[in-house]
Every structure is written in structure tokens, then in C-alpha cells.
Design a protein around this ligand. Structure first.
Ligand SMILES: Cc1cc2nc3c(=O)[nH]c(=O)nc-3n(C[C@H](O)[C@H](O)[C@H](O)COP(=O)(O)OP(=O)(O)OC[C@H]3O[C@@H](n4cnc5c(N)ncnc54)[C@H](O)[C@@H]3O)c2cc1C
Length: 448
């Protein structure tokens, strides 16, 4: 097939958002008799799942303190549930296990989950939490826990397999996915600010509409679209704060303990929910007993046959550099800078041992030879921006919340077809100037 010179809908990025939007848009065009997947071209500079979607731990949860995030996640969970085989989705559930400082906020999450019909159980008080956890794992020993939110839905999915599942669905609808095509800039209309063509390493592609799902590369596209590097934000104090950096990079730290995944089962032999623990109990080294931290810390983990062990991560760290100077390429495990090091390995393995006795003395089994971790690009309030810029460019900037957000593409497709989505409304760019910010939680993670 020859290189296309034009397309009606150009989708940039073959990660979760680009592929999900392409697939759902194709379905809607066909169903409404307004076209088909043949009107859609997905381009990616590397390959399907070459970005964050291909290295994500794959956790799918509803647990968010922000009501708008929770409602959006509930929608996405229903998309995962719609075809678990194609999406390589494991609906094992998810647990948020928290200290007293988070108790009240997690209680509101539970109340609101009840209100939106999202199935979960909430346990309160140190003794009852310990009893509940021992009912699941007889070696449970995490300290400082006073609430447990057990989401019965959600779980995790296999990163690359789920992206190929989405790509197959899109291609079955007639969408063309071209890899090895790098977008280097845009051509803008002479009488409008709209994009009229993609300028790529293989030639110019004229287009009517552009959808950008570029994950950690979004700041590059922001520059190509000539958007401001710094913005003004109306803060919670009611005052305008000028000159706030639009994009900030964080490095996510994840890895795998090279044990048989079957060693992490529940007491009844079943596959456990994804475990997320935050606690302010002191964390001691599982190697030499030294104090690692006495501040709030958190980790998450799950047995995972895809990763070949018990896989998970802990809090990310901020990359203190001008976003233009951050080396996003080579990405993920290929990066010389943004992969986990010995500190993460020691800390995360000690966290595992703090939580469950079965992980004590296992640090040496960590998979040192497999590089892991990767960059995420965050907005000023660490929540997504889903909005249209320059009249015809839909930017899906998920602020690194996004592997689990497989349903966002469906909602974006709906908006591209002309129907506004109430679920996406709280994530417009205009919220910064208007001061319509999302509430902030006490969690040690920037994305809770
Ligand atoms: C280590 C790690 C673990 C994570 N774990 C989870 C998790 O458990 N659960 C969760 O919900 N989220 C998780 N996330 C976040 C999640 O992975 C991302 O938010 C999400 O995958 C972003 O999807 P995307 O489609 O926007 O971008 P990506 O998946 O990054 O895809 C972007 C694509 O754009 C392409 N591209 C970039 N520039 C160009 C260009 N100039 N021309 C053409 N193509 C281009 C890239 O090659 C890439 O394939 C994790 C992130 C990281 C880094």
C-alpha cells in the first residue's frame, strides 16, 4: 500500500488513547452511516505499544479521591469488562490499604462508589483491617493500617497484549495503522489556526481532523501546536498564579521480584486483588534492618505471569529539569537515565517484606537484568487535559493516569462526532484559568 497523502482523521500515537479513539471512532462512523475506519489513519513513530502503554504495570482501579476521576474510571472499567479476552484483562479486584491520615478521604471514596454503584467493601479500624487482611493472606503484617477499601471490580491487564487487542479491533473496522512515521510538525491553514496537514519523516499527510495521543511526548506536540510553555492558574486561594510550567516530567519506578507468581496467592488458593498499601509506619530495610523512611510511603504489587514474578512499584520522583531538556527518547527500558536503580530495588523489596512475611529475605531475587520504569508527562494539577486546540486538534493528555483509561477514546470519539461528554467536561484546559481544580488527596502518589 502506498504512503497516504491525505486522511480525514489523523491519529498520532498507537498507545491506549490513539488506538481506543481510532477503534471507537471507526465503529461510530459506521454505525451512524457517516463513514468507516477507512477514514482514519493512525501513525506512530516506532510501533504499537512503543510508549507508556507498552510498559505500564497495567493496574485498573476506580480508587480516586476526585469524583470526576472516579466516574471516568468507572466508565473505563466497563470498557475493560466488555471484552476481557481481547484486552488481556484480569478482573481480580483492587485494594487501597491506608493509614489514619488517609482514612477520612478513602471513606468518601467508598461512599461515592456506593452512590455510583461501583462494587466495593470498606473496613475501618486497625483490628478489623488486620482481621480482614489475615482472612486473605495469613502472612499479612503491614503496620499503621486503619482502613481497607476493597474494590471488587478492576484488576490489571497485560500491557502490550491489550494494545494489540485494541489495534486488531481498529484494523477489523478498516483503520490503517502506519508505524515508523514520525510527525515532525504541522501545516496550519492560512485563514485559520487549524491544522491542515501532518509533516512527517515520510511526507506530508493532509487531514481534516487530528487526534493526539502522544503520552510522554505530549509536551513536544504542545510546542508544535504553538501553545504556551507557562500558563496562569487560579489557585484554591482564589488568586491568579502566573508563569506556571505547563508540563512536568516524573519518573515512574516499577520492577519485578523474580519469584514464581504462584507464591502470591490468597489463603484459598485464588489470585489476589492488586494490593496498594500506603502507610506512615517506619520502613526498615529487609537487608540490614536500617531505617529507610519514617515518612508516608506507598507501594503496589500483583503476581504477574507476563512479567514473570511479583510486579509493582512505589512513588515516582519528579524530574527537576525544563521539560524541553528531558530526554524522553530512547523511552522506557532503553533509556540510559530513567530506569530504576539500586535504591528503588532495596526500598520496594523492603516494602514488600513489610507487608507480607512471604517476601522477607527475597531482595536478591529481584530481576536486576530486566530494565524497568519510565517517564510520564504531568499537567500543572496532575490531572488530565482532554480538549480541542486550534479548532481541529483533539489533545488527549492523561497526565500519566491513563493505561486504565481505555474508555477515554470512546468518549473522545463521541466528542469528535459532535456529542459532548459530561464525563470529559471536568478535564478541559480552561479549568486552570477558571480555578476549577480537582481536589487534592493525602496520598503520597501524584495520581491519586
Ligand atoms: C512505568 C509506568 C507504569 C505505568 N503504570 C500504569 C498503570 O498501572 N495503570 C495506569 O492506568 N497507567 C499506568 N501508567 C500510565 C500510562 O501508561 C499512560 O498514562 C498511558 O499509557 C499513556 O497512553 P498514551 O496513549 O497517551 O501514550 P503512549 O502509550 O505513550 O503512546 C504514545 C505513542 O506516541 C508515539 N509518538 C510519540 N511521538 C511521536 C511522533 N512525533 N510521531 C509519531 N508518533 C509519536 C510513541 O511512539 C508512542 O507509541 C504507567 C506509566 C509508566 C511510565
Amino acid at each position: 500500500m502506498s504512503f497516504p497523502s491525505s486522511t480525514k482523521y489523523a491519529v498520532i500515537g498507537a498507545g491506549v488513547h490513539g488506538l481506543s479513539t481510532a477503534y471507537h471512532l471507526a465503529e461510530m462512523l459506521r454505525a451512524q452511516g457517516k463513514g468507516s475506519g477507512a477514514d482514519i489513519l493512525v501513525v506512530d513513530k516506532t510501533s504499537i505499544a512503543a510508549g507508556a502503554s507498552g510498559i505500564a504495570c497495567g493496574v485498573v482501579r476506580n480508587n480516586y479521591y476526585q469524583p470526576a476521576m472516579r466516574e471516568l474510571m468507572a466508565h473505563s472499567v466497563s470498557v475493560w469488562e466488555s471484552d476481557p479476552n481481547a484486552y488481556s484483562y484480569h478482573p481480580v479486584g483492587y485494594m487501597q490499604i491506608s493509614p489514619e491520615v488517609m482514612h477520612e478521604q478513602v471513606a468518601t471514596i467508598y461512599e461515592q462508589q456506593k452512590a455510583i454503584g461501583y462494587d466495593s467493601v470498606f473496613i475501618e479500624g486497625a483490628a478489623d483491617c488486620q482481621k480482614y487482611m489475615l482472612g486473605l493472606f495469613d502472612d499479612w503484617q503491614a503496620k499503621g493500617i486503619t482502613s481497607v477499601l476493597h474494590e471488587k471490580r478492576g484488576g490489571y491487564a497485560n500491557n502490550t497484549a491489550s494494545m494489540y487487542g485494541l489495534a486488531n479491533k481498529a484494523e477489523a473496522e478498516g483503520v490503517r495503522i502506519l508505524t515508523g512515521v514520525e510527525v515532525k510538525g504541522f501545516e496550519f491553514g492560512s485563514n485559520s489556526g487549524a491544522v491542515t496537514a501532518l509533516l512527517t519523516n515520510r511526507g506530508t499527510i493532509a487531514c481534516d481532523y487530528v487526534i493526539i495521543g502522544a503520552g510522554p511526548w505530549v509536551s513536544r506536540f504542545w510546542t508544535m501546536l504553538e501553545q504556551p510553555k507557562h500558563i496562569s492558574i487560579k489557585g484554591r486561594d482564589g488568586k491568579m498564579h502566573d508563569n506556571v510550567r505547563m508540563w512536568t516530567y516524573w519518573c515512574l519506578e516499577e520492577g519485578t521480584l523474580g519469584v514464581d507468581p504462584n507464591m502470591h496467592r490468597t489463603n484459598d488458593g485464588g489470585f489476589p486483588p492488586v494490593i496498594h498499601v500506603d502507610t506512615d509506619a517506619p520502613l526498615y530495610s529487609d537487608v540490614d534492618g536500617s531505617l529507610i523512611t519514617d515518612k508516608l510511603w506507598g507501594l503496589y504489587y500483583k503476581p504477574d505471569f507476563n512479567f514473570g514474578g511479583v510486579q509493582g512499584g512505589s512513588s515516582p520522583y519528579k524530574v527537576d529539569q525544563d521539560p524541553d531538556d528531558v530526554a524522553v527518547d530512547p523511552y522506557g527500558p532503553d533509556s540510559p537515565d530513567f530506569v530504576v536503580g539500586d535504591d528503588f530495588i532495596h526500598t520496594w523489596c523492603s516494602m514488600l517484606a513489610h507487608c507480607q512475611k512471604r517476601f522477607e529475605g527475597k531482595t536478591a531475587l529481584y530481576k536486576h537484568h530486566e530494565k524497568s520504569g519510565g517517564l510520564g508527562c504531568f499537567t500543572p494539577d496532575n490531572f488530565p487535559v482532554f480538549d480541542v486546540f486550534r479548532e481541529n486538534v483533539y489533545v488527549i493528555a492523561d497526565s500519566n493516569h491513563g493505561y486504565k483509561m481505555i474508555g477515554v477514546g470512546q468518549l473522545v470519539a463521541q466528542e469528535v462526532m459532535g456529542e459532548k461528554s459530561a464525563l470529559l467536561e471536568p478535564f478541559r484546559f480552561g479549568r486552570f484559568a477558571k480555578g476549577e481544580l480537582h481536589p487534592v488527596s493525602n496520598s503520597p502518589f501524584p495520581w491519586s
